[in-house]
Design a binder for this molecule. Structure first.
Ligand code: ZN
Length: 413
């Protein structure tokens, strides 16, 4: 790596000091001008990312166990194929929710809920570790159709979930020299709450799809394999990710058929999850409201779980992406934290290196009401500004840059 010239350093300092937040995007440090990975990262575009999220929202909240969810799986598969990721496959599993989840609210529930809220207010333990600090606002899942003011969306989300068979789709970029080693990149395509699940988790699903598009460009090759997977049933308890681990963990590294040089399940090197990528507007105010403007300190939160068997390897993977963020993300920095929780990387955390990327820490921040649209009718495309979408794009740049380094990505001459 060459050191930047003094002239450039002076200029870039002036740009940073004197210009509005996004002017930094235009300045490409000269020492990385010939970096082939930078060329790949530049294929991520804000309008394409937004377009993919918009495409997902045509299926409303994509709640698992409905036609709108199955239609979204079909649409995602068609998109992956159109990007050149043509070897799509599906995981099939059964999902039968517990009796309790299906039961209608009872009158005594409001008293019980109030007691739970009071207990929660006294408790400062955040999910995944860490402590709750400062102001908190209410969280929960909206189950009231009438809370959705748009009659079109209300109708689109009307079909209730029914127990039974579920599917989730993935495709794989096969490595050239080490096809039997693989990173898994995920987001969950199901949602709920009577909105469009635009942020939770259209924003993460679109990152995985956009990465599939870039890595499957005809001129791109990687030494190691990458699997792009769009989990189903995250919102019901990570059931889709658990089904994948149950069905495929034991298949890792096995050549099939023997002598074919084909590996249906390459050895897992790491799992990178993307879940809620766009909204970082800061702590709720004392009255429970949240700023309509993104906070200037917005960042990408990369989390591993310090209380897992693979915490050391996971932390290493987190720092690799942190470093890729410094190098490739155009607008927003990254931050590493030890409290990964409540998303599809959890079933992997005792098996392989596993991390999640998010808009905020899941336990300490999102769990304290930092995202007022979480599981609400307002989680729709129109709620989010370009600054919000750009935070998601920066997470895509972070993972793409990190993965390109980890898998040995190059452009064919
Ligand atoms: Zn989610």
């Amino acid at each position: 790596m060459r050191a930047p010239s003094p002239i450039f350093a002076a200029c870039s300092l002036m740009v940073v000091l004197g210009a509005p937040a996004f002017a930094q995007s235009a300045a490409t440090p000269p020492d990385t001008a010939n970096d082939p990975i930078r060329a790949l990262v530049s294929r991520l575009e804000l309008e394409k990312y937004k377009g993919t999220i918009k495409g997902l929202t045509q299926f409303g909240d994509r709640r698992q166990g409905t036609k709108r969810n199955r239609d979204a799986v079909d649409w995602i598969e068609a998109q992956l194929k159109s990007y050149g990721c043509t070897n799509t496959e599906r995981i099939t599993y059964e999902y039968t929710p517990a009796q309790q989840a299906q039961r209608a609210p009872q009158p005594q529930d409001s008293a019980a809920a109030a007691a739970r809220r009071a207990a929660a207010a006294r408790n400062t333990q955040a999910s995944g570790g860490g402590r709750l600090r400062g102001n908190r606002a209410r969280t929960g899942v909206n189950t009231d159709s009438l809370a959705q003011p748009d009659p079109r969306l209300r109708a689109l989300n009307a079909e209730p979930t029914t127990p039974g068979q579920r599917q989730e789709v993935f495709c794989t970029k096969v490595g050239t020299t080490k096809p039997n080693e693989m990173y898994i990149v995920g987001g969950h395509m199901d949602g709920h709450g009577w909105g469009e699940a635009a942020n939770d988790d259209g924003s993460g699903t679109a990152i995985v799809m956009e990465l599939a598009r870039v890595f499957n460009s005809p001129d791109v090759q990687t030494e190691r394999s990458i699997r792009f997977i769009l989990w189903n049933n995250e919102e019901t308890g990570l059931n889709g990710a658990r089904a994948y681990v149950d069905q495929r963990q034991a298949l890792q590294g096995k050549e099939s058929p023997a002598g074919s040089k084909k590996y249906p399940e390459p050895k897992w090197l790491g799992m990178i999850q993307h879940d809620m990528m766009m909204f970082d507007h800061g702590m709720p105010r004392a009255d429970g409201t949240v700023s309509p403007e993104q906070r200037p300190e917005a960042d990408v939160n990369i989390e591993f779980q310090s209380n897992s068997k693979m915490s050391e390897a996971s932390q290493k993977l987190a720092w690799a992406l942190h470093s890729a963020n410094s190098r490739y993300a155009t607008d927003y920095p990254a931050q590493v934290g030890p409290h990964m929780t409540n998303t599809d990387s959890a079933p992997f955390q005792d098996i392989i290196a596993a991390i999640s990327l998010r808009e905020n820490e899941r336990g300490r921040e999102i769990g304290a009401g930092w995202d007022p649209h979480w599981h609400q009718p307002t989680d729709v495309f129109a709620t989010f500004s370009d600054k919000d979408f750009r935070l998601g794009l920066n997470a895509a740049q972070t993972t793409l840059g990190g993965l390109a380094q980890l898998t040995g990505a190059t452009r064919k001459k």
